[in-house]
Design a protein around this ligand. Structure first.
Ligand code: ZN
Length: 317
């Protein structure tokens, strides 16, 4: 995008949010500082727009345009998968339900989480089912999921959707090209590996369990039995830049970590992975504690040099 586009963007945001231009620009500068300048002015302006609930085109977005933190998201897509409806008891003793969908268009697909009973009943009654084309309005992006609350809407759409992307779209990117919310695959070196940190998850949904006195609770399941897990932070470097990354349990096992409680074994394993070059797939999100950008790893693969040479050969390199 050129500078003229940035100006247009600020103008649009200012008009729709009734905030003065210089205030928008201040927010852009602050946002870029907070995420260490890893993002362009235009990218930061788009996040500000999303945070202010300003819809830049006033219409629908393609699924690959969705960014973490966006509010008032409108998309149309085809349902590829519906999870069973799960019931739970909320903290204040009410019955809650949740259902996950995978919704796809020509560009990508996204996990959609329904929390509102009025939406869920449409699934239960089969009004909305597998392969239905649906229009979603007023959704909200939390990390890489589109969440629908009681201000959102999901309904059948008459729109025709052709070939949809059924595979998760992960583009290979350079660290210097990463933006908030990106799904990407990096080829990078591990240049730092920090001390692993234990945390507790709910045994049922594997989400974070919080200690309250002598028991643990989960947002979804209330009082729960915790399972101890570990996470580790890394710094990745691919020559274009560095980024702080986080990997959890299963992926740490794939990196060769077998024992987190034995300091000697752990020290050896930490040393062994330093300088290793691997493929890391994941997404760029905000670390809420440090308030900086972080690459959350969901898959790690070794680099198969023979395969790379074969591909290069096929491409005539
Ligand atoms: Zn739970």
């Amino acid at each position: 995008m050129e500078d003229g586009n940035y100006e247009k963007l600020v103008h649009l945001i200012s008009k729709s949010s009734s905030l003065p231009r210089d205030e928008i620009e201040k927010k852009v500068v602050a946002k870029r500082e907070r995420i260490s300048g890893l993002i362009s002015k235009e990218g930061a302006a788009q996040i500000i727009a999303a945070e202010l609930g300003v819809s830049l085109d006033g219409g629908k977005l393609k699924i690959d345009e969705l960014l973490s933190g966006m509010k008032k998201v409108n998309v149309v897509g085809k349902i590829l998968n519906i999870s069973p409806v799960r019931s739970f008891t909320t903290k204040n003793g009410k019955e809650g339900k949740v259902v996950n969908l995978i919704v796809a268009d020509e560009t990508s697909n996204v996990k959609v989480v329904l929390w509102d009973l009025n939406h869920i009943v449409k699934i239960e009654k089969n009004e909305i089912s597998h392969e239905s084309v649906v229009e979603i309005t007023n959704g909200m992006m939390r990390e890489n999921e589109l969440h629908l609350g009681n201000f959102s809407e999901i309904k059948l759409s008459g729109e025709e959707i052709g070939e949809v992307k059924t595979a998760r779209v992960v583009k290979e990117k350079k660290i210097s090209e990463l933006n908030m919310g990106d799904n990407a695959k990096l080829r990078a070196f591990i240049v730092q590996a920090f001390e692993p940190k234990p945390f507790n998850v709910c045994k049922e949904c594997r989400k974070k369990a919080v200690q309250e006195g002598d028991y643990f609770t989960c947002a979804e399941h209330g009082k729960t039995i915790p399972e101890k897990r570990f996470l580790m932070n890394f710094v990745l470097d691919d020559g274009t830049g560095t980024i702080r990354a986080v990997a959890f349990h299963e992926n740490l096992k794939n990196l060769g970590f077998a024992d987190f409680e034995n300091p000697e074994i752990l020290a050896r394993q930490r040393e062994q992975i330093l300088g290793k070059e691997m493929f890391f797939s994941g997404n760029v999100r905000m670390n809420k504690f440090f308030n900086n950008q972080e690459f959350s790893i969901n898959a790690i693969e070794g680099i198969n040099i023979d395969e790379l040479i074969a591909v290069a050969g096929k491409n005539g390199i």
